[in-house]
Design a protein around this ligand. Structure first.
Ligand code: NAP
Length: 676
């Protein structure tokens, strides 16, 4: 095939590398030239300007929902064209299932953020973080945290192993937040990222400059960033250290999110003998993690901790599976282990293997490499290497050196505390897994090790069929880890979006805070309209629209009827003496659920109309008991409106119940779906 010129996409133009300055990228399988890339012709200043001054304002003019909708369309657009990405990925040595982790994983992350953005963020330009904080005795001065998109650019520097997922998982968060990005994929697989970027640009969905791409080095880009920009880096700890030490980044306090390498471990619980399902689960997880992407996964298992008696069975079972695998041409469906990304990467791994050999014995993968349909001289193939370290306490390399390939080491632990101490010797990892069926062991491991790991994955016979895998970062769950793993936190649902938003504590009167937070707050004047609020469409309802109901007296007969009708004959409603003996009640009292039911009876307008459904209630508080003979009345106020679909949106209502003395007795937020 003709070599691909990996162009950069800068300030609305595709810019090819100068022929002499371009770096050649070789096929991991055949050693032929696949592509050349280089960024020597780029003007980084104009890229930053384009992002900050062109794309940024256009993205910020949209709401979170607008951007979430575009992210979904982008995911659909890429889905239709993904075969081209699979085809290119073979050159990087990956089998089709390996490429699926990258491609489907990347597109899936876009879908997940599109959906979370619509469900968990407002159809607004401001994100409200948490509830209103009372800052004064009479409630005239309150506080609220609000989050707005940063007015800068996100520089995304990605690792070679996930050219699509690595790009899309960061873009999903950045674009949802409303912050444009300059993506710098790792050069080794930049031709795959480039193909994906071409599709994204062609889609025309996002304002120009929402994403730009650098094929090659970053030149003086980092020296030009300012306080509203941020860097999100994925790669080795060494590169992260070099980049995050950039004096300009330090001077301007430019946030630097780092997802680095890590010595992830798995642990077989002491309860899991060779005849338990957990033993089989561990072996499967280990083999998958050693071979998927040829072990080039930041989350791959590098250390396998097992009880002393299980060393031999585990080594035997893993070795049997590894030695049966077909290694070679990644296009061949029978191949389980493709090539590493380059011969340089293989040399690096083999050098680390030599280091491991000083502390551990190679128990699988020592023999000659047998390849299927591939040339060992030209491609970056290697056999998987399983080590056994007999003295993990005094060993250091096995806990510290990341061989970024199909390499892992088995080591024995004495008891769970010892296992936790070894789990933690990685100095901070992205993920640790425990394969055990004993909740007490799980608890001990979580207490003993969780602070050193970004994710703890516990798998057993109950979850094995549906568990997502030790090595799979899920968009819903945080990805990142402390210490050596970089201290970054990506994904985790909306948590990952927060990196791109500036959180500001806003203080003022309720009226001021309500105006900013696009919601009604207690203390803000309300208004009543002639028509019942349930007869008015989503768009006609105004924040602060209020309904005051008539009062209803609650009798002992009501309480008894409700008790027998529902079966809730709890003593506080039925037995005067027992109720009185309870410190909370003056005697028999109305059920809380009775109050809610009567409240609905007071405020509901029964005819078919714009209210489509009651989807729930939240923040329920019973504030004062209601005794037989008391009366209740309801104040219903429109608190917040959020568009959900093209046909209806969610209305949140503040519902406040008062008794005959105007004392609050219950309050909650009612959620309804209302037609436009
Ligand atoms: P790397 O060598 O550290 O490179 C990472 C990125 O940094 C690449 O895009 C690279 O670009 C760029 N880079 C290197 N030097 C730079 C410089 N001076 N200025 C600007 N950019 C620079 O890592 P890698 O070999 O691509 O990836 C493998 C490593 O990444 C492994 O250690 C793995 O554990 C880690 N990783 C971590 C995660 C995670 O989520 N925590 C995910 C995947 C991988 P060039 O390619 O152009 O040099």
């Amino acid at each position: 095939m003709e070599a691909i010129a990996v162009e950069s996409y800068a300030a609305g133009r595709w810019i090819a590398p100068s022929p002499n300055a371009a770096r050649k990228i070789l096929s991991a399988v055949t050693g032929d030239i696949v592509a050349h890339a280089g960024s020597d012709a780029l003007d980084f200043g104009s890229m930053i300007d384009h992002a900050r001054n062109h794309a940024g304002p256009a993205l910020r003019a949209m709401t979170f929902h607008d951007r979430a909708r575009l992210i979904k369309q982008l995911a659909l657009y890429l889905t239709e064209r993904k075969e081209a990405l699979y085809e290119l990925s073979f050159h990087s040595g990956t089998t089709r299932p390996d490429a699926a982790i990258d491609i489907e994983g990347g597109i899936g992350t876009l879908f997940a953020y599109a959906s979370k953005g619509r469900r968990e963020m407002p159809d607004s330009r401001t994100f409200i973080d948490g509830g209103v904080e009372a800052l004064s005795r009479n409630g005239s001065f309150v506080g609220q945290h609000i989050c707005m998109p940063r007015h800068g650019v996100g520089v995304h520097i990605n690792a070679f192993n996930f050219p699509v997922w690595g790009m899309l998982e960061k873009l999903a968060q950045s674009l949802l937040a409303g912050v444009p990005a300059i993506v710098k994929p790792a050069t080794a697989t930049s031709y795959v990222s480039h193909a994906c970027m071409c599709m994204m640009v062609e889609s025309g969905l996002f304002p120009d400059g929402a994403f730009q791409m650098i094929a090659g080095g970053t030149g003086d880009l980092l020296d030009r960033l300012g306080p509203q920009d941020l860097v999100s880096f994925t790669g080795s700890a060494d590169t992260a250290l070099k980049l995050r030490s950039n004096p300009n980044l330090l001077r301007n306090a430019v946030p630097f999110i780092a997802e680095q390498d890590s010595l992830n471990a798995t642990m077989l619980g002491p309860d899991a003998g060779a005849d338990t399902p957990e033993f089989g689960i561990l072996v499967k997880e280990v083999v998958r993690e050693m071979t998927a992407k040829a072990g080039q996964k930041c989350t791959a298992i590098r250390r396998i901790l097992v009880p002393q008696t299980m060393v031999d069975p585990v080594v035997e079972a893993v070795r049997a599976k590894l030695e049966a695998l077909q290694i070679g041409d990644p296009r061949d469906k029978a191949t389980r282990l493709g090539a590493l990304v380059s011969t340089a990467q293989r040399s690096d791994v083999l050098e680390k293997v030599a280091q491991l050999n000083r502390e551990a014995e190679l128990v699988s993968g020592a023999g000659d490499l047998t390849l299927s349909g591939a040339d060992a001289e030209r491609g970056a193939f290697m056999s998987p290497k399983l080590f056994h370290c007999a003295d993990p306490d005094s060993a250091e390399i096995v806990h510290e050196v990341e061989a970024f390939g199909p390499v892992a080491t088995v080591m024995a632990y004495r008891d769970v505390d010892h296992a936790c101490a070894m789990l933690n010797r990685g100095g901070g990892s992205l993920v640790a897994s425990l394969i055990s069926h004993d909740p007490a062991v799980a608890r001990q491991v979580i207490e003993g090790a969780s602070i050193w790991h970004g994710r703890i994955y516990v798998n057993d016979r109950d979850s094995a069929d549906e568990a997502t895998g030790h090595g799979a970062p899920m968009p819903h769950m945080m990805h990142g880890g402390p210490g050596r793993a970089g201290g970054g936190e990506e994904l985790g649902g909306i948590r990952g979006v927060m990196h791109y938003l500036q959180r500001t504590a806003m203080q003022g009167s309720s009226r001021m805070v309500a105006a900013m937070s696009e919601s009604w707050l207690p203390g803000v004047p309300t208004q009543t309209q002639d028509a019942h609020p349930f007869t008015r469409s989503f768009h006609d309802l105004q924040l602060g629209d209020t309904l005051e109901t008539a009062a209803r007296t609650i009798t002992l007969e009501d309480i008894e009827h409700f008790a027998h009708f529902t079966g809730d004959t709890f003593y506080a409603h039925m037995d005067e003496a027992a109720a009185k003996a309870n410190p909370f009640f003056p005697g028999r009292v109305a059920h809380g659920y009775l109050l809610l039911s009567f409240a609905a009876g007071l405020f509901v307008q029964p005819d078919p109309g714009p209210v489509l459904a009651n989807t729930g209630l939240s923040d329920l508080a019973f504030q004062k008991p209601v005794s037989p003979g008391d009366s209740i009345r309801v104040t219903l106020t429109v608190k917040r409106k959020t568009k959900r679909t093209d046909e209806y949106g969610e209305v949140r209502w503040q519902v406040q119940l008062h008794n005959q003395d105007d004392e609050p007795v219950a309050s909650y937020t009612l959620h309804t779906m209302n037609a436009y």
